[in-house]
Every structure is written in C-alpha cells, then in structure tokens.
Design a protein around this ligand. Sequence first.
Ligand SMILES: [Zn+2]
Ligand SMILES: [Zn+2]
Length: 276
Amino acid sequence: MGGKAPFTVRFWGVRGSIACSGPRTARYGGNTSSLEVRCGDRLLLFDAGTGIRYLGKTLTGSRIDGDIYFTHTHFDHVCGLPFFGPLFQPQNKFRLWAGHLSGAMTIKRVLAEFMMSPLFPVPPEVFRSTLEYRDFKAGETLAAGNNVTVRTAPLNHPDGATGYRVEFDGRAICYITDTEHVPGSLDRNVLGLIKDADIVVYDCMYTDEEYRRYVGWGHSTWQEGVRLCKEAGVKRLAVFHHDPDHDDEMLDGIAREVQKVMPGSVVAHEGLVLEA
Ligand SMILES: [Zn+2]
Ligand SMILES: [Zn+2]
C-alpha cells in the first residue's frame, strides 16, 4: 500500500563550458551537462553534453520512449548527442524539445547545422530511432504523459535558455542552467519556477567573488542559488555547471559552505542520484 513512486535525478555530466578530464577533476567529474530524470516508468533526459554518452551505455537493449529537453544549444549542451547510443537503435523513440529558439531557427535546424561536414562527418539522418522535433516557447507548460508535467521559464543567457520544472506525484525537480543573475535582485522567472520545489539544480559556475570578473558571461553563483532557493522555499539545492577550473578540492570547499547555509544541499558529481 502507498509509498511514493520513484522520482529521481541522476547526474551524468556536471561540468560547464567544456569537458575536462584528469586527476584534478576526477571525483566530481569532467563531463558536460547531462541529467536523467525518472518519474516512475517515464524517462526524461535534460541536455546532451558529453555525459550523455555514458548514460546511453546503460540503456542499450531496452525499448525507449523518451524525451530529451535542451536548456539551450550551446555546444557543451549538445555535443554528446551524436554519441548517444540509443539514437542508433530503431526500436527507440525520442522527442527533442527546445524553447529558446525563435524565428526560422528550430531545434531540428540547429542540430543539422552542428552535425555538418566539415565540422562533423555525418548528419542527423544517421540516427535510426524515430525522432520528433518539438519547438516551444519558454514559459509554456508541456504535458509529458503518465502524470508528469513539465513547466518552463526563460532564463537570462546569451542566445536564450530554458529553465525546467518537472512535477510528478506531488513533488518537483527543477533544472535551472545556464542563467545569469542580477546582483541584489532575485530573478522572478526563476523564483516562480522553483517555488516550493524538492530539488533545484542550479547554474553555480562561479563564486560571488569570481562573478565580478564575468559579468555578462551568462552564468550565476552558488551563493545566488542559495538566496533563490531560500526565498522560494526549496528543500535542496544541487550546485551544478561547475567551472572547468574548479578542481575537486575547491568543490569540496563549496560543498562544506553550502551545507552550512542550506543543510541537505549538495555539490553535484557524476553518478550522484537524488530522490525527490
Ligand atoms: Zn553551459
Ligand atoms: Zn550556455
């Protein structure tokens, strides 16, 4: 009787901007953005950074009817897509969603233009799965079936980006990257989207001290993540989109500080699974 349906987020890539391998980043991981959200039997993937290749290896052989939601199409969030094995299996079906594009630019076109010779040897036609491209406007609510609702909001990022809130079984997991804050003024779009959420994954590329050197680059800080989460009544913050220059030791330090000011919060690392 009863019991909560499984509702989890698993991190396959937690790094911002560019993948960074090597011993200094080995514990938190060097792969770029890739999240796997499970709502009961439903599979929702967020972004296709280099981490998605490893996720794909765990899915081979199964028959997948899933969704891939892009926050945006900067390279670190799409470059893993051609290496996602399940796209080459004809029994699978994926819907590819993006809400930050406008005009003649569509998610289908962006992916076709990045998978184009001589930048890349083969076009998206090499994929064997059934693919549906779904453009929407950030701010819309997307019905995802099986009692899953995906709410969205526009973020403050060069070329635009979309924040996501997945609601399932009375709980909510939010994915808010890439986005820049305005110091001293909490982003109302973000506050609205993350209200009372159980888990918020947030763009914590910098510290507040570092941020002063990167105004206009489109990213935020872990301290701003804490301020937003506290204001919105969020249970747990997951520090995410780590700067490639932030080594394991530095991220350990941030993890200690986040714990102090917002107990239960974490610095995301590859392989981490959080349950809402
Ligand atoms: Zn990014
Ligand atoms: Zn970006």
